[in-house]
Design a protein around this ligand. Sequence first.
Ligand code: HEC
Length: 731
Amino acid sequence: MKRIRSIAAVAALAACIVLLSHPRDSTVYGANPRPSQAPAAASPGVGKLATIRSQSGPTWSGDVASVLYKNCATCHHPGGAGPFSLLTYADARRWGPQLMTATQSRFMPPWLPEPGYGDFADVRRLSDHERDLIKQWVLAKMPQGDPAVAPAPPRYDANWLMGKPDLILKVARPFTLPGGGTDAFRNFILPYPLKQTHYIRAMEIRPGTPQVVHHANITIDRTGNLRRQFPNDWQNGIAGMELMVDAGNRFDPDSHFLFWKPDTPALVEPAGMPWRLDPGNDLILNMHLKPSGKPETLDAEVGLYFTPDPPAKQPMLIDLERDDALDIPAGDANFVVDDSFTLPVDLEVLGVYPHAHYLGRDLQGWAILPNGEKKWLVWIRNWDIDRQAVYRYKEPVLLQKGTVLHMRYTYDNSSTNIHNPHSPPVRVRAGNRSEDEMAHLWFQVLPINVQPGAPDPRLLLEETWMRNRLRKTPGDQVSLYNDAAALAGEGKFAEAVSAFEQELNQSPHDVRTLTALGAALEGAGEWQQAQQRFRSAIDAAGTDDASACDPRFDLASSEFHHGQPEAAAEFRTEVAACPEDAEALTGLAQIEIEANQSTQAVQHLTTAIRVDPSFADAHEQLARAYAQSGDLQGALAELEKAAQLKPDDATVHSGLSQVLAATGSLQQAIDEQRAALKLLEDDADGWNNLGVLEARTGQVPAARDAFQHALRLDPQHPQAKSNLARLQSQN
Ligand code: HEC
């Protein structure tokens, strides 16, 4: 029960841009000829001409409406992300010539990836036939055709698209965005109010005023730290672009692109890959807001849809990045950075999120397979920060261990780059402000071909990823810490100890590092030293009870494991200071069970399970407490829950077997004991127990085999010896 926090290095994912000197009207669009914004007057006499239509050419009702509804209306509807609606014939006719120009130049619909360099789902790109239809229709003066054959326009109403959410979170206070000025960046904290863990299969965001929301990123603060850092104004939203979020106790790296744009209907996760919210977690809704000309009030809400099933697959986000190399001379039109990363495991790539700011021009990502073949993952030839998006592959891209991921980004800091925020150009380096640059290529990956019983493959990915970062930025604290935490998670304790010590040199009083170092020392068998570190961590936390929770817990469990009597008092202190700490409650209950105090144990375990219903150890201990107080049915129910939560745990199955035997269900008891032995084959006690159950149900030959098996594993096993002797004397 050692706890090591890992720090999410995902800050960059929340990255975006504050447009400082980039008024909307003056935006020019890369190599695309800019369509004129002149409205209806551009097509004089349309009313008359519309009635004279060619017999064979495309009409709005027969051809064009369905193309616009399918490809354009998601944004071009009242209240949508596009600047005008395209839901009626009158709308389409009014904008006709611009529709043609914008689609001929491929300025619309917005879609950056080059076709043929990554096979993406939901590609937003018109076919040549569709572009041609629009062109022919405009050239023929936009005939309406027979309104009776027109498709019904899609509906966009204010209701939740996926039906009523299971939970709706609202910002604490509405936020008013001024009508003018620069773009704003706001982080709204939405505390998760429930007392139990839930798995989220889908999320919908309703910002209240979608036209001013450019996009939003959601991160999960597992510790509530951010809210504590801004006790007086978190309700108003915190200004800023990027936040560092503590990832909490479990190794559970952020694994989903929770990236939203106004044309995103809902973020639905693939089957088997929900994300998790625990009691005490906060959702951080990081919004990029663009003033609309008049003050607008944002009253965002987030709808969450639950699934009862915990994740069956464990994806992870990793990135290639080269911020350290970004130092772009003024006027340089061809500044290149690259990065690469050799995969330590087999995996599937599910999606990709390229990210640069205004100077980014050509963004490439590819893989070199172990056989030397080059496989493109994404290529954007005309990057536009305003059109950034997450791209999901149609089919997962399988990459074997040893594959090298590559990124290569080219920046244009000359005055011919019409996105350049500086005129004249200036030297630009990496940073979080819009006029700084970034070089990130994020991937959502899913490790595959994992050997049963092997450590979580994401730990090895994390380790390799952090080493890659350290190679580029030696001494970077977050990378050092996460590398050390991954090593400890993989059971490489000696390496973890030296990595944590290296980090501690930089910040000797860091509670988190002291605690993690203690945990690694404990893992390496140096428990006296470990306990010293935990005590230093408690001292370093001072009066801050919340941050002393972890070292107290680790100290108490170390004392418990080494049979020190102080453990009980230590656990009590911790439970008093951190009453919602499920692990501490369970640790204390374990001591109480051993002291035959089952009533107190039941109380503490019930609280632990209320806080975290998915905490299998608490169910297991509660079963022990019930069994101790004679409540076998209660024990059975808890063990069944524990078995659901960790079906591969042999002790849970043999515990079930014992309780079933005590209630007289002998055949079921035999089945559970066999299940336990499948998971832990060389357990001599287990084979002996199986033999006893079989003997009691009259299965004598089977019982004899079981006792003999136990004796093969442990020739001195006393019970197996006497049981076998008794069996043979009876026959
Ligand atoms: C993902 C949302 C989205 C989709 C889908 C979309 N548009 Fe747009 N459209 C916009 C936005 C936003 C603008 C405003 C310019 C900008 O910010 O890029 C725009 C602007 C335009 C303009 C005005 C261009 C100018 O002169 O500024 C035209 C014309 C247009 N869209 C046509 C279309 C057509 C035709 C389609 C479908 C084939 C389409 N759009 C699909 C979001 C979208």
